[in-house]
Design a protein around this ligand. Structure first.
Ligand code: TRP
Length: 336
């Protein structure tokens, strides 16, 4: 039986952090064994937000691919490719744009939220929201359907985008005949990772993230300033590990000593500084194999480039098949 296809995408706007790893990457590593896996480096989508910063997007593409390879994405199992090398995605986006109203896009909760954040962060007025930005869910529907994705592993914040894609697929199929596959979201067990500052989300732009590529000194500094139980003042005060970010990370990276950490913390037998130092050591141990693999790929960029070229070629074949079917259904296959 043919394996099901999973398609997921990630915007190249910086390095991966622990939130990406535990919230998504770790899950992809498992999925690549079971499914025909496509991982899209969504450079065109990144440009919707960063059209005035092409250097950042360009630089991030390779960094991101190296991050993915370093955590264990296996190019023999998963196809890693760059969105802009597949113009069929852009073609599909144009065709699908007839099937979505502007009002529907404006009501998309993810888009709505992002517009709100943009206004808060940059004081942008509604007028500066571009056509490309508002339409990125349509382009994302093209990403998913071009590769005949059955399942889309994403975090919770992306669910409205999958829903939007499903609506486009239904509309397309009902007008032009059954052509596209309807995707399902595939949520990972831990959808959202908290930041070092206790924020509900670890985020690139929030300044509360540990990046997989952080140097040991940076990791140390970040952990030493992580938020602990605010009610613990003295070293021997009893504390509540459940509100402590240091405990949260001990747990997240699977410290085998976790039970002791918890019991000592509750009993007032563990100072926060010592506890943070232990976490630094465990975190560096956790990051070490990733850092070693990164070194290897950084010293062998030709290998990375070849992986991408092969990925692009393989992805292109599937997208070409899809566009052919789509054009036939839409009766714009003039010379077949
Ligand atoms: N929008 C996703 C994000 O910001 C990235 C993405 C692009 C994606 N294309 C995709 C996710 C296709 C899933 C499927 O994280």
């Amino acid at each position: 039986m043919k394996k099901q296809t999973i398609l997921t995408g990630i915007r190249p706007t910086g390095h991966l952090h622990l939130g990406h790893y535990f919230g998504a990457g770790k899950n992809w590593i498992k999925l690549q064994d079971k499914f025909d896996t496509y991982i899209e480096i969504a450079d065109v989508q990144a440009l919707t937000d960063n059209f005035n910063n092409p250097d950042k997007v360009r630089k991030s593409v390779k960094e991101l691919v190296i991050d993915l390879l370093s955590i264990g994405i296996d190019p023999n199992k998963a196809t890693i490719f760059i969105q802009s090398t597949i113009p069929e995605i852009a073609e599909l986006t144009v065709f699908y744009s007839n099937l979505v109203t502007i009002a529907r896009l404006e009501r998309n909760p993810t888009v709505k939220n992002e517009i709100k954040q943009k206004k808060e962060l940059f004081g942008q007025s509604g007028e500066s929201i571009t056509y490309g930005f508002l339409g990125y869910p349509v382009s994302q529907a093209a990403d998913i359907t071009a590769f005949k994705g059955n399942l889309v592993p994403v975090g919770e914040d992306q669910l409205p985008l999958i829903e939007q894609c499903r609506e486009i697929v239904h509309k397309f199929n009902s007008i032009y005949g059954n052509t596209l596959i309807t995707p399902e979201p595939y949520l990972s067990e831990i959808p959202r990772i908290k930041g070092l500052d206790g924020n509900e989300k670890m985020g690139k732009s929030l300044g509360n993230a540990i990046f997989l590529a952080d140097e040991p000194d940076v990791v140390r500094k970040k952990i030493m300033s992580a938020v602990t139980d605010p009610n613990k003042i003295k070293v021997d005060d009893k504390a509540n590990p459940d509100v402590c970010m240091v405990y949260y990370y001990h747990k997240l990276i699977g410290n085998p000593n976790l039970k002791t950490v918890c019991e000592e913390c509750k009993a007032g037998k563990r100072g926060c500084v010592a506890c943070k130092k232990e976490l630094v050591n465990k975190m560096l141990e956790f990051l070490k194999p990733i850092a070693e693999k990164r070194k290897y790929y950084e010293n062998n960029l030709q290998i990375v480039e070849n992986i991408l070229k092969e990925g692009n070629n393989k992805a292109k074949k599937v997208a070409q098949e899809t566009i052919k079917e789509v054009k036939t259904s839409m009766k714009i296959n003039y010379f077949d």
